[in-house]
Design a protein around this ligand. Sequence first.
Ligand code: HQG
Length: 345
Amino acid sequence: MKRKIEKAIFLDIDGVLSTGWGQNKRRSKWFDENGYPFDPHCVKVLNRILKVSGAEIILSSDWRFNYSDLEKLNQLFKFNNVSKSPIDTTILKYLGREEEVETYVRENEIKDFVILDDISLTCFPSNFVWVNPGTGLTKEYILPILDVLNVKNDKSEKLLHKEHKEITNISKFLSLVLRHKPEEIGISLDKNGWTSTNTLLRKCSERGINLDFEKLLMIVEKNDKKRFAFSSSFAKIRAVQGHSVKVALDIPPSVPPELLFHGTSSDFLQSIKKEGLLKGQRTHVHLSPNYETALQVSKRRKNSIILAIKSGEMQRQGFTFYHTSNNVWLVENVPSQFINFASYN
Ligand code: HQG
């Protein structure tokens, strides 16, 4: 039967709403032996998409075989706190998933729709959003999905703006406590700058900061300058540079390129000409690998200028350089004779 559907989400469950989190829960606690709980983080993301887009859910997941009864499906979605229940499943004489979606779209003349799946479906490439089954739906998917659903920009932009602001604020707070003032929330950094991930999360939560492991993982991975890093087991976290707290980053010295760059302000020029670049409050002078990055750094100040640093020559004369994982070069100081004041002012 044909129905009028403005916007639709063809939804897979495993790898999209359900991740290792739910699959590892004991099924006996679950109200239905056919399923396991959806991941609440993924549900939260889906709920946002549903709210902003007004889209309907059509279940294309294999779960459609166990939950072909819409009432049962409704219960399943309610139980998992999804704000809307599927209005239908694609089940049509048990065709393959792609054929089912294709037929459903054609028969119901749906214009705006997105197919969410963790396996690659090729039926409508421009309507398909592949979801990483390791993470399921995360916030990063919101914009691409809203885009495919043709949701007016202002709505999605507002949403993103709010999220971006929250993430930026948390990220700035992390810079503060992992680089400068760990005492601000009562954590301590070991000699290499590491602190316990769990303690950090607990102390943040005591502060009323809305930060869980998932969000922290996202901040570490998506941070514009990759400012933070986890230890291999995720048990510890640290800032990769920028410290004023005295820490040894335990990275080996590296041979720098012939030239590095430093973005600063012409207000400091006189003093820099006299003393060279000093590390000031930080553990090292920070240098950029290219002009563009230095320009970004300099834009934080008025009257920005870029200085070129003869790093090759410095290294040959015995200065030790360190290259951080986020592509910043560190050195104890840069004497004035290694600074090219002429070319980039
Ligand atoms: C200046 C950001 C007068 C120096 C950036 C700089 C970077 C002197 C300021 C990272 C001087 C120190 C570090 C002297 C140096 N006389 N002024 N003798 N020697 N200065 O913030 O390099 O976003 O401590 O030129 O991107 O600006 O936080 O160092 O202007 O990578 O991750 O003294 O911080 O990264 O300022 O920035 P800063 P910086 P994040």
